[in-house]
Design a protein around this ligand. Structure first.
Ligand SMILES: [Zn+2]
Length: 48
């Protein structure tokens, strides 16, 4: 099951799902969020 949105995401520059910043790192192709937001979530997850 592949949503149409996933198809278009592969054609356009990826944007962070949290803050909307364009994600440049191709190595993080499967990430939906930029490093800044990922770090934020990581910190939050470890301080809960
Ligand atoms: Zn972000």
């Amino acid at each position: 099951m592949t949503p149409v949105s996933t198809f278009f995401r592969n054609l356009q520059p990826k944007c962070c799902a949290a803050c909307g910043e364009v994600i440049m790192e191709q190595a993080e192709a499967y990430m939906n969020e930029c490093f800044t937001c990922q770090e934020k979530e990581y910190v939050i997850a470890n301080t809960k």
